[in-house]
Design a protein around this ligand. Structure first.
Ligand SMILES: *Cc1c(COP(=O)(O)O)cnc(C)c1O
Length: 444
């Protein structure tokens, strides 16, 4: 269709419901045309969200789009699949189940943010009830986390009226310091957050040390503070490439864990999972039992209606890939990250950049780096140069106790293969050359 048709009709009313209808084809073309201005997801290395799924599951998802998973009576099979996913993920995280057949405790959510808000609420209630039982005040709850937490933690704190206590980063350490975290704990602490896979550098926080120090503090001060692990990104990475890392329910104080299906769980947005150690960690007054739409059902999510397709997408990846498939993919991504890391280290004479991420499976498959010395250009200029070639590589700042560190970050996802990563290296190299030349020229 020629795009000039109807332009005068359509343009003035973009933000208002039009009186007339449009033919289906025309409406679809109209939107498709607008979408041309979006970036190319394959070149967007800024986001963790997965951007590739196989056509077999895409077809299945399209077919099942009309199903609202909340309607248990109408869609019992979709609900059974959701339960299976919760059981599989809880077992992957080593939840202590009473018998091998026991049902795990968890929910599917729109993403980690929703799961985190629910987990924080559960921890707050548990703390409150224990304070009430002992006739102690419960008006000033606090929670402890690294200054690098995702914004959803700040939302959870503000929405639920919880004081935020932060540990700081230094110029060399970009994760939670467990000693500092535990020193901030007092009788009003509802939980300590540990991040499995910092969104800044991909590093795993030391949950095992935190658990040990917190056990000592609990004993000394007669407290029962627990840990929530924010495994939004790492929950589907660490178990496969770093099985010796103990971070999950094997640690006695880890009460709840969240993970995003749409990151390294390899589904499309939006699905996440909240898993609790056992029923006792999810207070029953957060569960609503409804007798509605024909069957009794229990819910505890913030949202009610939700398409079943994202849960189906997650289940597909779990059964399609299995442990073997996830291992293979995560190992391959880690190798690509290692290649990009060494290319960056060797670039421009080998002294230009400091790599901030950790390789060899000791962190997420992401590469974070910064300029070693201040130059006549900064990380934002490098990001802009790469943008000219179509790459979306974000520059941002990490706050430390001695000022902000500027940095660049690339997320290695399944759709960024070796070849495209090699192109990125070339383009980064030429971006650096033009920035250096331009700076030389400017300084005469
Ligand atoms: C992405 C992310 C979140 C938020 O997850 P959503 O699924 O996007 O809601 C929370 N914490 C960490 C560490 C993350 O990386």
């Amino acid at each position: 269709m020629y795009s000039s048709t109807h332009s005068e009709d359509i343009l003035p009313s973009l933000d208002e419901l039009r009186q007339e209808s449009l033919p289906a084809k025309e409406a679809a073309c109209f939107i498709q045309d607008d979408l041309l201005l979006d970036g190319n997801p394959a070149l967007n290395l800024a986001g963790f969200a997965n951007t590739f799924m196989e056509p077999e599951i895409e077809q299945l998802m399209t077919k099942n789009l009309p199903k609202n998973i909340t309607h248990v009576e109408a869609y019992p099979a979709s609900n059974a699949i959701e339960k299976r996913c919760i059981n599989i993920i809880a077992r992957l995280f080593n939840a202590p189940l009473e018998t091998p057949e026991s049902e795990a405790v968890g929910v599917s959510t729109l993403g980690s943010s929703e799961a985190i808000i629910l987990a924080v609420l559960a921890a707050k209630r548990r703390w409150q009830y224990s304070r009430e039982r002992n006739d102690q005040p419960y008006g000033k709850p606090n929670m402890i986390m690294s200054s690098t937490v995702h914004v959803c933690w700040k939302k959870a704190a503000r929405y639920l009226d919880i004081e935020q206590r932060y540990t700081t980063c230094s110029q060399e350490r970009y994760t939670l310091d467990p000693h500092e975290a535990v020193s901030l704990v007092d009788e009003d602490t509802i939980l300590v957050c540990a991040i499995l896979g910092s969104s800044y550098t991909g590093e795993y926080e030391n949950v095992a040390l935190l658990d040990q120090l917190l056990q000592e503090k609990n004993k000394e001060k007669n407290l029962s503070v627990g840990i929530h692990v924010d495994a939004a990104s790492g929950g589907f990475v660490a178990p496969f490439i770093c099985p010796e890392l103990i971070w999950d329910f094997r640690l006695p104080l880890v009460n709840s864990i969240n993970v995003s299906g749409h990151k390294y769980g390899l589904t499309y947005a939006a699905v996440g999972w909240g898993i609790w150690r056992s029923r006792g960690y999810l207070p029953s007054d957060l569960l609503f039992t409804l007798n509605y739409c024909g069957s009794v059902q229990t819910t505890c999510t913030l949202n009610f209606s939700k398409s079943a397709v994202h849960v189906l997408g997650q289940y597909y990846q779990l059964i399609r890939l299995g442990r073997y498939g996830y291992c293979e993919i995560m190992t391959s991504l880690t190798k690509i990250a290692a290649y990009l890391t060494s290319s960056i280290q060797e670039m421009s004479g080998g002294d230009k950049f400091v790599v901030m991420s950790r390789g060899q499976g000791q962190g997420l498959p992401i590469v974070a780096w910064r300029l070693r010395h201040s130059e006549r250009y900064d990380e934002y200029d490098i990001a802009r140069q790469l943008r000219l070639k179509g790459w979306i590589v974000p520059a941002f700042t990490l706050e430390t106790e001695s000022g902000e560190l500027k940095m660049l970050r690339v997320i290695i996802r399944v759709d960024l293969g070796w070849r495209r990563c090699a192109q990125l290296v070339q383009h980064l190299q030429s971006a650096m050359e033009s920035l250096d030349q331009r700076a030389d020229f400017a300084s005469g």
